[in-house]
Design a protein around this ligand. Structure first.
Ligand SMILES: Cc1cc2nc3c(=O)[nH]c(=O)nc-3n(C[C@H](O)[C@H](O)[C@H](O)COP(=O)(O)O)c2cc1C
Length: 347
């Protein structure tokens, strides 16, 4: 008989294997608007040079050189710890922020905390997000932050992941707890969807809380409903469920959201980053794509890709005539018919 720790660790490794498998098979395009539904309008006389471009962004009063970080990819097993440690080295070398995966396994089994702590040891001065689910107490949030001397906390909200999971949660009273943690924790708190997007209603609910930012975590990339359905036996099918990253960013606008936005979900090139920034994100991140590159080609390839993304983003800024990320927010886009349809229904 497997004990509770083995079962928990097995689940983490299964998440990892299935996420990699689906990215490898290119099975990540789900329903909803994609980045390709937005086209850039040329700016043939930009009156700019590459050297003029400033890619810095600000979040929680902190300046980041580049509006992208490495998003949470589980942890707490030998295999997943190794991946997080490779990402920590990439983050350090490329001066990027990074989120660790959910630390709840290490709160339950403290002997597993060392795997998460290693990320901080590798990158002592980098910006690190701790990560926990929305049901955790303030006390647990403090323990997770302390475990890795985190600079901020991501609280993941994953109803659409838990419900297809045989062993998943079935009760989701989270809002009050999120506010309590965000009000009393000493570091900024981000509420983060994990791939099903955020609607206007939720943006309005979150606007009433003390959180510092919202990660829209839309679909278009890793799909945890598929992953859990494949793992489980209950067959709960929500294939068409959720809003894409692009749609979630529109929803934020329609809800007049004022919280800083992070765009995650299917980001896999500089153009996706660019379009997210144009739609109002201050930051972007990727989990599945960057993981698939790491597994396929190793950490040097990830670093080279990130260097290319920086150069590409500068080039896109020139193409759109934008000197800074603030100027990007005024760039005009050409919308596909599906986009117009979405706007008509949702605005
Ligand atoms: C293997 C794997 C494990 C993940 N584990 C976590 C986690 O522990 N905590 C969390 O908040 N998000 C987790 N995520 C979700 C990602 O951080 C991200 O929100 C989601 O995958 C959508 O982004 P993507 O399309 O770039 O993968 C995980 C993603 C992957 C691929």
């Amino acid at each position: 008989m497997k004990n509770e720790k083995d079962i928990h660790q097995h689940r983490k490794d299964e998440h990892l294997s299935l996420a990699i498998k689906y990215w490898r098979e290119g099975r990540n395009q789900t329903s909803g608007l994609a980045f390709s539904d937005l086209r850039l309008i040329p700016n043939t006389l930009p009156e700019l040079a590459i050297d003029d471009i400033d890619l810095t962004t600000e979040l929680f009063g902190v300046r980041f050189d580049f509006p992208f970080y490495i998003e949470a990819v589980t942890g707490g097993t030998e295999r997943t710890n190794k991946i997080n440690q490779q990402f920590a080295q990439v983050a350090k070398n490329q001066n990027l922020a990074m989120a660790v995966g959910s630390q709840s396994i290490a709160l339950k089994f403290p002997e597993l905390a060392s795997g998460f702590k290693k990320v901080r040891e590798i990158n002592p001065n980098g910006f690190l997000f701790a990560n926990l689910g929305a049901g955790h107490s303030l006390e647990n949030a403090k323990r997770a932050v302390d475990m890795i001397s985190a600079d901020a906390l991501e609280i993941h909200v994953n109803t659409a992941q838990e419900l297809p999971m045989d062993e998943g949660d079935r009760s989701f009273y989270w809002l009050e707890n999120i506010n309590e943690v965000a009000t009393r924790l000493e570091v900024p708190v981000v509420v983060k969807e994990v791939g099903f997007g955020i609607s206007q209603k939720t943006f309005r609910q979150l606007s009433e809380t003390a959180i510092s930012a919202i990660n829209v975590g839309g679909n278009g990339g890793t799909n945890f409903a598929w992953i859990e359905r494949r793992r489980g036996k209950n067959g709960f099918n929500i294939d068409e469920f959720g809003l894409s990253t692009v749609e979630s960013l529109f929803e934020a606008k329609f809800a007049d959201n004022k919280k800083p936005l992070i765009a995650t979900g299917g980001i896999s090139c500089a153009q996706d980053i660019l379009k997210s920034l144009i739609l109002g994100a201050k930051m972007t991140s990727s989990a599945g794509f960057i993981l698939s590159v790491l597994m396929e080609s190793g950490s040097e390839a990830v670093e080279q890709m990130l260097k290319n993304w920086k150069q590409d983003l500068e080039k896109f800024c020139v193409l759109t005539g934008s000197k800074s990320l603030t100027e990007l927010q005024t760039v005009e886009l050409l919308y596909s018919t599906n986009t117009l349809n979405f706007i008509q229904q949702r605005k």
